[in-house]
Design a protein around this ligand. Structure first.
Ligand SMILES: C[S@@+](CC[C@H](N)C(=O)[O-])C[C@H]1O[C@@H](n2cnc3c(N)ncnc32)[C@H](O)[C@@H]1O
Length: 229
């Protein structure tokens, strides 16, 4: 059965909880547990914040989408947009496609790409990256930011959710979990200030920095970046 979000603001919270539950249930085995934990870390309050800053139409990229949890969430919340999830991991993408089919979500697609080298070749209205840029070497990440900026339409928006380097104990906590989940990756964390400088150098303006406080000890940051009109 196709799942879309009701337009009625009163029912919105409930529908989103149901949506989250249905997305989690669409995965099997250990991935279901992962989805449950990931939705605890990137919980509904964060997602609603991210969602409200993204356009409602056009092509929106989910960079490093993994199993596609949040691509599917955004696709259900934004039925007039098309979400393209990109990830290097073919198995994760296969699982994402199977979940999309099971949920009847057909405005999300999943494409295997190595973001270290990938160049967008179409105009995009928005893009977001949830905890992916610290998996990329700094130079490749900066190159990707430039290419994204070039392909974003004027007024388009890029949301970067990543991890600050302070407070240090929170960074170590994040590092331990990253190392557990992706033992073969190197991690290139950057401070909130370094991100702001880099994004400004690319041409984004204005850039807003939000700290997303959590009961879990993650130093989450969200950068909301506009391409000037
Ligand atoms: C921490 S997970 C985040 C997944 C998803 N954004 C989420 O929030 O659940 C990082 C993802 O980055 C992907 N990744 C790492 N290096 C990549 C690369 N060079 N190109 C594309 N994806 C990459 C991994 O396969 C993994 O799915």
């Amino acid at each position: 059965m196709k799942f879309t979000i009701t337009e009625n603001a009163h029912d919105n919270q409930n529908s989103k909880r149901q949506l989250r539950a249905r997305i989690i249930a669409s995965y099997g085995g250990i991935i279901r547990l992962y989805a449950f934990v990931r939705f605890k870390i990137i919980h509904l309050r964060f997602l609603e914040e991210i969602e409200q800053y993204l356009p409602n139409t056009g092509t929106i990229l989910d960079l490093g989408c993994g199993f596609g949890l949040f691509s599917l969430y955004m696709a259900a919340c934004k039925p007039h947009a098309h979400i393209i999830g990109l990830d290097i991991n073919a198995r994760r993408l296969q699982i994402a496609r199977a979940s999309a089919r099971q949920l009847g979500i057909n405005n999300a697609s999943f494409v295997q790409q190595d973001l270290r080298w990938w160049r967008p070749d179409q105009t995009i209205s928005g893009a977001y990256a949830l905890d992916i840029f610290h998996h990329l070497p700094i130079e490749n990440g900066n190159r990707l930011l430039n290419d994204l900026f070039a392909r974003l339409e004027p007024g388009g928006r890029f949301l970067l959710k990543d991890i600050d380097t302070l407070p240090r104990p929170m960074l170590w906590f994040t590092y331990l979990l990253d190392a557990l989940m992706s033992p073969r990756d190197n991690f290139n964390y950057r401070s909130a200030g370094a991100w702001q400088r880099q994004l400004a150098a690319v041409g984004f303006a204005p850039i807003y920095l939000h700290y997303l406080w959590d009961i879990l000890p993650y130093p989450h940051i969200l950068l909301i970046c506009d391409k000037p009109r």
